[in-house]
Unconditional design. Structure first.
Length: 418
């Protein structure tokens, strides 16, 4: 009899704990997600051979290039060898990389990676370089990158919305973009780079899918809410070396800006305080002499999804965009495609010269319904796209914006003259 009471008591405690885990919002040690997190593995474990070779910027795109990669813990040192494309191999410069030991116990078959980062500096603007990364234990293939032009010159870049889910298929879209537009100098990603930001195997999937593109075109990410899942953007910040010119209140690499050619780019963190980023944003927008101004962030000021709205972003950032005339805001989060009319103070403006164009797009395979909104100039339903933004400087300043699907079919187009 006594044994039956003990069993009954244990069963009651178990049921209570399961409910606690499922509904109480405490760390859900009894949930399905927790159980899965304990057994996750990566399909791409590290080895002595460098992989996940990826270009970012942490300094001026005209004179620096940041190179990062990983190996297994057997490799203790890393280097980048690089030279101007037309120079002799004997003229290669060798740069020692900084090593960071990345531990992610949840990735059970490859819990420790050695991450290497080298910032190549003193580069010549507008020049193509060849480089490889590694050590005597193994080198990457040689790849090329090109520094930003010092003077105003035409250029183009790619912007995509959320990857997050379906990274294999996303990789096909990315490679389709690269194949059709090899001239695009860099790739901007408007957040939700992965689905669960602290699951390293998802980042492994991303880098694998991006192999052959992010090792030759700079990856410019923004921070999405999914990148912050399970305790903040730890892996995002540890894996990616980004500019540290953010406002003090937000923290380095979460918000940053850079210039490329005749354009200013603000990469903002819409997960953090919108208000606290305003003074810094105003400083950048007020002081720039750039012809074109772009902002990229995750949560849209003008949503594509029914019943979604980010009033704070629209009002607090939108008012600065109005005041200093931002040309385009590149956004994500809503898993749909929407390009607005030129907008100013929440209303349609007469032309892009008087208002800002806001775009939401998605590049992964997770789609939401797209709503009907007065502010929409173009919507696309359940379609993953990439966008090419082409800037010409002669005979006049011209921005051609085009959205393409995976087959290279143009789905949207806008031209702005200045
Ligand atoms: Fe999101």
């Amino acid at each position: 009899m006594k044994k039956q009471y003990i069993l009954l008591f244990r069963a009651a405690v178990t049921v209570f704990l399961v409910f606690l885990g499922a509904y109480a919002g405490v760390p859900d040690r009894f949930s399905k997600a927790y159980a899965e997190s304990q057994i996750r593995t990566t399909a791409f474990p590290s080895s002595v051979q460098p992989d996940q070779l990826c270009l970012t910027w942490s300094g001026d795109p005209a004179t620096t290039q940041t190179v990062q990669w990983r190996t297994s813990p057997k490799v203790k040192k890393g280097y980048v060898e690089y030279k101007e494309k037309t120079a002799q191999t004997k003229d290669c410069i060798k740069k020692t990389a900084i090593r960071y030991d990345l531990e992610n116990a949840g990735t059970s078959n490859d819990p420790i990676n050695h991450r290497f980062t080298a910032v190549l500096d003193g580069l010549t603007p507008g020049i193509t370089y060849t480089y490889r990364a590694g050590s005597k234990k193994g080198w990457s293939e040689w790849a090329e990158f090109t520094t930003a032009p010092q003077t105003t010159a035409p250029f183009s870049f790619i912007y995509v919305g959320d990857l997050q889910v379906g990274l294999d298929t996303w990789g096909l879209l990315l490679h389709a973009a690269y194949k059709l537009h090899p001239e695009a100098a860099f790739y901007m990603v408007a957040g939700d780079n992965v689905n669960r930001g602290n699951y390293r195997h998802e980042w492994d999937n991303l880098f694998h899918a991006a192999e052959g593109v992010f090792d030759r075109r700079t990856y410019v990410p923004a921070l999405g809410n999914h990148d912050c899942k399970d305790g903040g953007p730890n892996l995002y910040l540890n894996l990616l070396t980004l500019p540290e010119n953010s406002p003090k209140e937000i923290g380095p690499e979460r918000t940053y800006c850079f210039n490329y050619g005749n354009a200013l780019f603000l990469v903002l963190d819409s997960n953090s305080s919108v208000e606290k980023q305003r003074p810094w944003m105003e400083e950048q927008l007020k002081s720039t002499k750039a012809t074109w101004k772009f902002a990229m962030y995750h949560h849209p000021a003008y949503s594509s999804a029914p019943k979604r709205d980010n009033v704070d972003v629209r009002e607090k950032w939108g008012s600065l965009f109005d005041q200093y005339h931002l040309d385009m805001a590149l956004q994500g989060h809503d898993h749909g495609y929407l390009r607005t009319k030129p907008m100013r103070a929440g209303k349609e403006a007469a032309s892009p010269a008087e208002g800002t164009i806001y775009v939401v797009s998605v590049s992964g395979t997770k789609h939401y319904d797209v709503g009907q909104f007065d502010y929409a100039a173009k919507t696309l339903d359940h379609l993953s796209t990439y966008q090419l933004l082409d800037i010409q400087t002669s005979p006049e300043n011209k921005l051609t914006y085009r959205a393409y699907d995976i087959d290279g079919k143009m789905q949207d187009e806008l031209v702005i003259m200045k």
